[in-house]
Ligand binder design. Structure first.
Ligand code: NAD
Length: 350
């Protein structure tokens, strides 16, 4: 039985991880530390027994030290971050504060609790990061591996790169037992509707435009959040200390293809279930029209990276990781979840 501290566990990926861990490791204790920013939501943890939410800031080192000491916590899984690239362009300060200073605050607390007090307690600090730290690829460049040099291009990715370096340094300098994962674009249940998949899904249901940056040919790898949680679980249980693992979904797609799949799946869902037309009368699909009539091209994001791709050789070879869903399968499941959990997303749109 282990005691975990999950930072950012009321956000999208963190909450999915808490649900996943509860299901697969029911005897473990879980404390969630989350500041409940706009992206955090208590309701993401509804229905879970034995999970305590502590509302607090990862920058509060004394708070984290107290949690680690009082609860016998031996594992930190660190998701808390400012995570939206567009927000980092208009307001980078919060990204430096939470992602860099906040991560350093956690590392200091972990060092104190696990190394300086001499408890000798087995421990792990797992840091969740992004493939965006590697910068942008050309069409024929090799996918990002764990040895690709860092070249972050946005304030978001630069702040995550800074946090990755601090985690590395705490391992090399102090011997803190760390692992890091750099993953691609996640999608699935509980994703705040500012990100592409839930935004486009809900816009399609409400007959609002689907705004496509630039020429729509930016390429991303798409990772269903449950596959991501499985990757993190493997790293926590079998990953080598001090190592970094890239986690992807094996689904490298240009945005236009992603949007085409969203439109096709929504059209099919309305054709299969006549009650959807009554629930969402403004959707083109409610009138039998194709959802892709909502597509609109808008001015590109500043400094928009062209292509990200993940080389998963290391995690597949060492840890037996394999994503279980294609994007088409994962998006169909995601649409079904949003249709079945309307109260959850309606409360965010108020
Ligand atoms: P999110 O924005 O949905 O959730 C972030 C959570 O962190 C929220 O619950 C928020 O309240 C909390 N938080 C923010 N600042 C905090 C602070 N100072 N103290 C305590 N809690 C705070 O993010 P997400 O999409 O779930 O991403 C989780 C992690 O995964 C992040 O580190 C992100 O960089 C990384 N990541 C995400 C993606 C993706 O596609 N979403 C891809 C790669 C990496």
């Amino acid at each position: 039985m282990a005691e975990l501290l999950v930072t950012g566990g009321a956000g999208f990926i963190g909450a999915n991880f808490v649900h996943y861990w509860r299901q697969h490791h029911p005897d473990d204790g879980i404390t969630v530390l989350d500041a409940l920013t706009y992206a955090g939501n208590r309701a993401n943890l509804d229905g879970l027994d034995g999970v305590e939410l502590v509302v607090g800031d990862i920058c509060d080192t004394a708070l984290v030290e107290g949690l680690l000491a009082d609860r016998g916590i031996g594992t930190i899984v660190h998701f808390a971050a400012e995570s939206h690239v567009d927000r980092s362009i208009t307001g980078p300060d919060a990204f430096v504060t939470t992602n860099v200073i906040g991560t350093h605050s956690l590392l200091k607390a972990a060092r104190k609790a696990w190394l300086d007090t001499g408890t000798g307690r087995p421990h792990r600090f797992h840091h969740v990061s992004t493939d965006e730290v590697y910068g942008s690829l050309g069409p024929d460049d090799a996918a990002f591996s764990e040895t690709t040099p860092y070249a972050p291009n946005s304030p978001y990715s630069a702040s995550k790169a800074g946090s990755d370096h601090l985690v590395r340094a705490y391992h090399h300098t102090y011997g803190l037992e760390t692992t890091t994962s750099n993953c691609s674009n996640n999608y699935g249940p509980y994703q705040f509707p500012e990100k592409l998949i839930p935004l486009f899904l809900l816009n399609a249901l409400h007959g609002r435009s689907l705004p496509i940056y630039g020429d729509g040919m930016n390429v991303r790898d798409w990772l269903h959040v449950e596959d991501h949680c499985n990757g993190i679980e493997r790293i926590l249980l079998q990953g080598r200390i001090g190592e970094t693992y890239n986690v992807g979904g094996g689904q490298e797609l240009p945005n236009l293809e992603v949007i085409a799949e969203i439109c096709r799946t929504v059209d099919r869902a309305f054709a299969a279930d006549p009650t959807l037309a009554a629930r969402y009368p403004d959707a083109p699909a409610a009138r039998g029209e194709p959802t892709d009539t909502l597509k609109t091209f808008v001015t590109d994001r500043k400094g928009h990276d062209r292509r990200y791709a993940i080389d998963e050789t290391k995690i597949r070879g060492e840890l037996g990781y394999e994503p279980r869903r294609t994007f088409a399968e994962g998006f169909a499941e995601t649409l079904a979840w949003y249709l079945a959990n309307e109260n959850w997303w309606r409360s965010l749109l108020r």
